[in-house]
Ligand binder design. Structure first.
Ligand code: CAA
Length: 280
């Protein structure tokens, strides 16, 4: 048992690896997925559905899982029949963070030399919207993974935290950057400096998640949202996501200019389609 959140600082990176005996190692290999389940859902199979599937390790995010996740996202992004993606975990854990057991033996020169965590950001290149459906724990890298998605829905028993400080470190996959943008400086500081968990309702009122539903209705709610998005024009979906993301990267004037240009483009396309003009 790790249990940092309930009982305070009970372990270090080293003690976790020793004490838990590395009982579930990350599965490696290529070919079919070993750490995720992937399918298409929805009436017209327009929703790519990915479930993190390392139940014994509470979906902690090992290197192989991240590799598989990136492949699955890329395939859905390239699949013309898919227009939105749902990412979820189990009822107990969306993801309990980076895989502490896998991380523990890494040295500074390894993490620096391999630019550890960098491949997590590949999902930011996915153009289709990704909805995180979070039940249970979204801790550390799990919370950061959810924040790299475009929309977060939470089950009413979900818990969010950045507990890395209790391991003597800080978030490494965007927690110190995306959390303040979502919940403001004070709450982000409090979360990152204490590792305390917040509930789904607190996450909703702070702006981290856009909707809280009963835990057993979460997947249906996320799928319903993905299907509603899937009924929109793919070009408009791309444009909206790209433009909103620019709000986090660009000065207001450049963001507004990008929005205007994407508006012109999508407006022009919609008008042409209404007039039945061939766009080819
Ligand atoms: N990495 C690896 N294994 C983990 C894990 C993690 N992050 N979280 C849980 N597990 C494993 C446990 O070792 C245990 O495995 P064994 O049965 O082999 O011992 C199994 O999952 C079940 O865990 P618990 O027995 O601890 O379950 P619990 O219900 O008592 O407690 C919990 C649940 C509160 C989530 C607790 O497991 C916990 O605190 N986990 C660690 C959370 C954490 O610190 N996350 C941050 C990781 S660092 C990070 O993410 C860095 C970054 O920014 C990228």
């Amino acid at each position: 048992m790790l249990g940092i959140a309930r009982t305070g600082i009970r372990f270090t990176l080293a003690s976790v690896a020793r004490g838990n005996g590395l009982r579930q190692l990350c599965s490696g290999g290529s070919g079919s997925y070993k750490n995720i389940l992937v399918e298409k859902k929805g009436d017209k199979s327009q929703v790519g559905f990915v479930r993190l599937n390392r139940p014994k390790a509470l979906n902690s995010l090992c290197d192989d899982l991240l590799r598989e996740l990136n492949v699955a996202f890329r395939e859905f992004d390239a699949d013309p029949s898919v227009k939105a993606i749902v990412l979820t975990g189990s009822s107990k854990a969306f993801a309990a963070g980076a895989d502490i057991k896998e991380m523990q033996p890494k040295t500074y020169s390894t993490v620096f030399g391999t630019n550890f965590i960098n491949d997590w950001t590949e999902m930011l290149r996915i153009r289709k919207p990704i909805i995180a459906a979070v039940n249970g724990y979204a801790l550390g890298g799990g919370c950061e993974l959810a924040m790299m998605c475009d929309i977060i829905y939470a089950g009413d028993s979900a818990k969010f935290a950045q507990p890395e400080i209790r391991l003597g470190t800080i978030p490494g996959a965007g927690g110190t950057q995306r959390l303040p943008r979502a919940v403001g400086k004070s709450k982000a500081m409090e979360m990152c400096l204490t590792g305390d968990m917040i509930t789904a309702k607190e996450a909703e009122s702070a702006g981290l998640v856009s909707k809280v539903v009963p835990a057993d209705k979460l997947e249906a709610a996320a799928l319903d949202l993905a299907e509603r998005i899937s009924r929109m024009s793919l070009m408009a979906i791309y444009a909206a996501k790209e433009s909103i993301n620019a709000a986090y990267e660009a000065p207001l004037s450049q963001g507004l200019l990008l929005e205007r240009r994407l508006f012109h483009a999508s407006f022009g396309r919609a008008t042409a389609l209404r007039r039945n003009v061939s766009l080819h």
